[in-house]
Design a protein around this ligand. Structure first.
Ligand code: NDP
Ligand code: GDR
Length: 357
């Protein structure tokens, strides 16, 4: 017997893989959308999900409405009496910097893709049998000063954030118009060893693991070291997604740790895991007036970090710090992994991974 049925778009991503694991453990049947070109590393690593009778993957794309409808119909077929289909819309072009290079594609996936998911529910006439979770983001706050909570102004700073704001408002609109149980989780940055390697935390943990194994021949090239983020562990955050769909009423929630660290601190903390220290060379201002670091070395003249302006963003989100008191009070959610534990976990996992390679 299964306790519920879920449909996850973006199941091959960092969050999708943790969420599929969580739901399978809870006894759900999980239907996940993957693309022909999807990177299956995360799902492939989950040996216990392979061939699991409750885990199904289907080809589709959120820009292709018929494929969403086909998978949704298939998932709805598994519903028992009085069961509700939980739809988690995690699919996205999720890289902020990349969204400046592919704005139209980002909007097609992140904005219109979400509208497609909502419209599929309306077209299939299954509104009363569905609950929807939308992957909203702290990037919506953009230039709004911290701390940010559900009532803070949304000032998106990238095509990614603008597209996600469209999706965020579409969720509210379909909730108001059709009465769909649809929620947006406004999640702050969350990371793990399953994070793609072009996000800053994983880029750092991989580099430090290489350093540990004596495999780095050059410095780590990074962009803005002064950006401040509120980083948690993805595993804690997918639990909050599930909790949001188990409430009496549909509502939006900020999910964060309430602790803020700079990219520079992430580098220092990761290096400390392997017993190394970095001496920063000082800072200056670039032509836009941003504080720019000049990199740092390991004390023996060997450069550990070089600042590479090609990683700067045309408009940067400088400071994010979430206030998730509403989630604490109403959902009873609280992050379990501290910043130091997160960094330690990521570095240790990459040390193991690097050894195998
Ligand atoms: P990932 O980039 O790891 O995963 C994104 C997933 O979306 C991948 O499975 C990808 O599949 C899929 N995808 C991309 N485009 C399409 C498409 N057109 N149709 C179907 N699937 C598609 O992101 P995360 O797991 O980190 O994040 C999950 C969601 O949460 C995203 O929407 C992200 O924007 C949002 N978010 C993430 C935060 C974080 O800190 N991680 C914070 C707040 C929000 P493929 O392998 O085929 O590319
Ligand atoms: P972010 O994550 O943009 O916050 O979006 P990312 O790790 O890309 O950047 C965090 C901060 O680090 C600075 N930075 C660099 N970033 C990258 N990727 N590479 C670098 O070399 C580098 N050097 C410095 C960035 O400028 C930025 O300030 C993530 C994604 O998961 C989104 O999908 C999600 O919505 C938000 O988190 C919340």
């Amino acid at each position: 017997m299964h306790v519920g049925v879920a449909f996850i778009t973006g199941v091959s991503g960092q969050d999708g893989s943790y969420l599929a694991e969580l739901l399978i453990e809870k006894g759900y049947i999980v239907h996940g959308m993957v693309r022909r070109s999807s990177n299956m590393v995360n799902l492939d690593r989950l040996v216990h999900l392979h061939g699991h009778p409750h885990m199904h993957t289907h080809y589709g794309d959120v820009t292709d409405l018929p494929s969403i409808m086909r998978i949704m119909r298939r998932a709805a077929d598994d519903l028992g009496t009085n069961q509700i289909l939980e739809v988690y819309n995690l699919a996205a072009q999720s890289h902020v910097k990349v969204s400046f290079d592919v704005p139209i594609y980002t909007a097609a996936t992140d904005a219109l893709g979400t509208l497609n998911v909502l419209e599929a529910i309306v077209q299939l006439d299954i509104i009363a049998r569905v609950r929807v979770y939308q992957a909203s983001t702290s990037e919506l706050f953009g230039s709004t000063p911290p701390p940010q909570n559900e009532a803070s102004s949304m000032c998106p700073q990238s095509p990614y954030a603008v597209s996600k704001l469209f999706a965020h408002w579409s969720i509210k609109n379909y909730r108001d118009v059709y009465g769909i149980y649809a929620v947006s989780g406004i999640l702050f940055n969350h990371e793990s060893e399953r994070r793609a390697e072009n996000f800053v935390t994983r880029k750092i943990s991989k580099f430090v693991a290489g350093l540990y194994h004596g495999r780095q021949t050059g410095p780590l090239h990074l962009g803005n070291l002064n950006a401040l983020r509120d980083w948690g562990h993805a595993k804690d955050y997918v639990l909050a997604m599930w909790m949001m769909l188990q409430q009496g009423d549909a509502d939006d929630y900020v999910i964060s740790t309430g602790e803020q660290h700079s990219v520079r601190e992430f580098v220092e903390t990761a290096l400390a895991v392997i017993g190394k220290r970095i001496q920063w060379r000082g800072t200056g201002l670039d032509e836009k007036g941003y504080l720019v670091d000049e990199g740092g070395h390991g004390g023996d003249g060997w450069h550990i970090v070089e600042v590479d302006p090609s990683y700067f963003r045309p408009t940067e989100v400088e400071t994010l710090l979430g206030d998730s008191s509403k989630a604490r009070e109403k959902l009873g959610w609280m992050h379990a992994t501290s910043f130091e534990s997160l960094v330690r976990l990521m570095v240790h996992q990459d040390i193991e991974q690097c050894k195998k390679e």
